[in-house]
Write a protein that binds this ligand. Sequence first.
Ligand SMILES: [Fe+2]
Length: 348
Amino acid sequence: MRALIVDDSVSMLSHMKSLVESTGDLSCFAYTDPVRALDAARTTTFDIALIDYNMPVMDGIELIRCLRDMPDYAQVPIVMITTSIDEDVRIRALEAGATDFLPKSPLAAELKVRVRNLIKMSSAVRKLNDQAASLAQDVEAATRALLVREEEMIFRLSLALEYRDNDTGGHTLRVAAYSQVIAQRLGLRPATCRAIFLASPLHDVGKVAIPDAILLKPGRLDTEEFEIIKGHATIGERILGGSSSDLIQLAAEIAGGHHERWDGSGYPLGLAGHMIPLAARIVAIADVFDALTTDRPYKTTMSIEDALAYIENERARHFDPTCVDAFLAGRDDILIIKLGTRPDAMAA
Ligand SMILES: [Fe+2]
């Protein structure tokens, strides 16, 4: 271990050096010039510093202040050597960052014990700080891993839903990609856009509770069947709701609100305007656009141009006008997704 000793008196410096070296644990770097001592401290980290108070050019308090301004010296014990019993000097030294005081001619035994204790204390503090930093890193890595797992579970669950719905054509992933484009064009924060991308594939999760005879019926649904299928929004919100995960909670809002309409004529609650959660208003457009432009056994596909015109026509009726504007502004990206680019590539 290394000790820095600074005293403008050569004889005093030599005396202190021999005393400190007699502890047996420390190699001493002694300076009469505080400026040179500071230069040395910039290239070598000392384990303890013993600094005289009365020095020309820069006194001990100023030197302590300069050392404390250096990141490596935040925890290093700094002892002021002084004959002064002036309380003002002591307080100023403590305020500058002095750890302890020693008289000009300390007893060898006292100096040995004090120096050892101070070094022990500072290395314990350093060890604690290192452990805290390492723990913080572990927590961050674990949190990241949890988020990745959460995203993977959502992705796999949405795949399961596609199989249940006999839809292996990638509807849920396209809806996710369209929704992300709208969110981006709305100027939402990147983290929010990403969350909407991840949560939107679960918009139809409530369909797991709809009987096959209705869910997979090839023809048009009658009124009673349609009422049953409408229940998927409420069921989906119930399945996902109450989660402590922000992402699952967002998915619950989307599941419950993606069939609401801006003018209040939607279901299940007939919410209107901003009463409908924003993410659900976004997914509503993505869901309808994809349904219109995707082959289904019971309906013919609408052309992309006609589907875009339909969305525009439903501005401020079915859909949030601002979200429609964002959707149309992102038209090029929408077409790239529609015409075959992998939707998940849009998440990068
Ligand atoms: Fe739905």
